[in-house]
Design a protein around this ligand. Structure first.
Ligand code: MN
Length: 275
């Protein structure tokens, strides 16, 4: 059986020389995402950070699921706020790319997992807003930006009962890693909170109506090897992607809203999938 294609978003990456000058501009993501998807049985495919809207739509057209990765801050103007002085690392091209990708994913009901910046992106795409700097805007905030030397479980979260996240972890309380200074503020339309840290900071969102949309504020990909309980999130995404792509193959759909290849769906069973 063909492996489902999991589209992973990549960031712009500056390779800086020792004397501080930018030597090369690249696009990519942490190998941990790639490895976690591969372990789950998916075919990881990178979507390079790019601005071309039609290219983004075409890429989404062959994907069975989307993984929105971590990264810098989403530009505050995307959710109608002026920037806080502590905001950093914005990349408007990446914001636009991921907002467009998420729009298509929602329209096509592609299973989507958002990690760290990814859960924030999912929230902003659905009209939500962000706390721009947790240390200065959340009273009595815990430490949410790890400065440990190795993968570290930094703080606990409590998963809300009767959520997908609770079902996947099979527990209410667990310790997670944490590398963020921003967090979800107002929750976007159709989403619900599935986990919080003890200081009240939102640590995860999911679709309120059971659609396959899941986001977490921690980084399961980084700790899924030493702590295999975190692999379940990637297993879930690939399982949902496989169920979806299998159903589409059975119905002979191409699944793209961009350009229907075959008008006669009765003849489509013979058509190979665009892989
Ligand atoms: Mn945290």
């Amino acid at each position: 059986m063909a492996k489902p294609i999991i589209l992973i978003t990549a960031s712009r990456q500056n390779h800086v020389a020792a004397y501080g000058e930018i030597q090369a501009v690249a696009t990519g993501c942490s190998l941990h995402y790639v490895d976690a998807i591969a372990r789950a049985g998916g075919a990881p495919v990178l979507l390079p950070r790019l601005a071309d809207r039609e290219a983004i739509q075409a890429a989404a057209g062959v994907a069975d699921a989307i993984l929105l990765t971590g990264g810098g801050d989403i530009g505050s103007l995307c959710y109608g706020e002026e920037p806080h002085v502590k905001s950093k690392w914005q990349d408007p091209v990446r914001d636009e790319m991921e907002l467009e990708l998420t729009r298509v994913a929602l329209e096509r009901e592609l299973p989507t997992l958002g990690i760290c910046r990814g859960v924030q992106l999912l929230n902003v795409a659905l009209g939500g807003s962000l706390i721009q700097d947790v240390p200065s805007q959340v009273p009595e905030a815990l430490k949410h930006y790890s400065e440990g030397l190795a993968a570290l479980l930094l703080h606990t979260i409590v998963c809300e009962e009767k959520t997908l996240l609770h079902r996947l972890f099979g527990t209410s309380s667990l310790a997670v890693n944490s590398y963020h200074h921003q967090a979800v503020k107002a929750v976007g339309a159709g989403l619900r909170v599935n986990a919080r840290a003890p200081d009240g900071v939102i640590e995860g969102l999911e679709a309120a109506d059971g659609r396959p949309l899941l986001g977490v504020q921690f980084h399961p990909e980084e700790i899924a090897e030493p702590y295999p309980q975190f692999q379940v999130l990637f297993d879930w995404l690939v399982r949902e992607a496989g169920a979806r792509s299998g159903a589409h193959r059975r119905r002979g759909e191409r699944g793209s809203h961009v350009q229907p290849i075959l008008d006669d769906s009765s003849a489509a069973d013979a058509a190979p999938r665009a892989r």
